[in-house]
Design a protein around this ligand. Structure first.
Ligand code: ATP
Ligand code: MG
Length: 179
């Protein structure tokens, strides 16, 4: 079964068709990179998949279930279990690395001890245990990317969408490293 199907997705922003009838399928375990010039609609496509934008036309199916259809959200953002690494990373500058990662976990109702265990594990996965108490501004660009990835995967979503090729490659290598 395909974990994701995008069928004829179309999105109008302002007065422009920024995504024009895009279709593709992704199988479990497949890594897909969407390439194209700046402004061609990659981020908008990912936002539709994550449930942050509603397609004006077309359908999005997740794990065989209808998630969005022409101007209608069928499955909420939360129900989609999608982790997202934002293009600008969107780390909160006033929170430590630990707090940044913990934020998403609070919404899934884990105890403090469970959250700590998960955060330590995910920081280990990206080799950033030493930085738990640092603020994002103290990290290098690459380290900030790793924290954004850690935050996206710590809730153990079904899928993690990376919003740039570099992040996708990082994600892939991280999975290879962790076996
Ligand atoms: N909120 C918005 N209102 C109006 N137009 C928008 C909005 N957000 C994005 N756009 C336009 O939609 C088009 C697609 O934007 P999108 O962010 O999906 O591009 P992208 O392929 O991710 O580009 P990049 O490679 O630069 O990240 C762009 O022309 C952009 O100006
Ligand atoms: Mg983009």
């Amino acid at each position: 079964m395909n974990v994701l199907e995008v069928k004829h997705a179309l999105k109008i922003l302002g007065k422009k068709e920024v995504v024009r009838g895009v279709s593709f399928e992704v199988e479990r375990g497949q890594l897909l990179a969407i390439l194209g010039p700046s402004g061609c609609g990659k981020t908008t496509t990912l936002r539709m998949i994550a449930g942050l934008e509603i397609p004006d036309y077309g359908e999005i199916w997740i794990d065989g279930a209808l998630a969005s259809r022409s101007q209608k959200i069928v499955m909420s953002q939360k129900e989609r279990h999608i982790g997202m690494v934002f293009q600008d990373l969107a780390l909160w500058p006033h929170m430590t690395v630990y707090k940044n990662i913990e934020f998403g976990l609070k919404t899934i109702g884990l105890t403090r001890a469970e959250r700590q265990k998960r955060i330590e594990a995910v920081l280990g996965k990206v080799n950033m245990q030493k930085y738990a108490n640092d603020y994002p501004a103290r990290l290098s660009g690459g380290q900030q990317q790793l924290i954004a990835i850690a935050r996206a995967i710590v809730t153990e979503p079904n899928r993690t969408y990376a919003k740039s090729v570099a992040e996708a490659v990082l994600l892939h290598s991280e999975q290879v490293v962790s076996g």
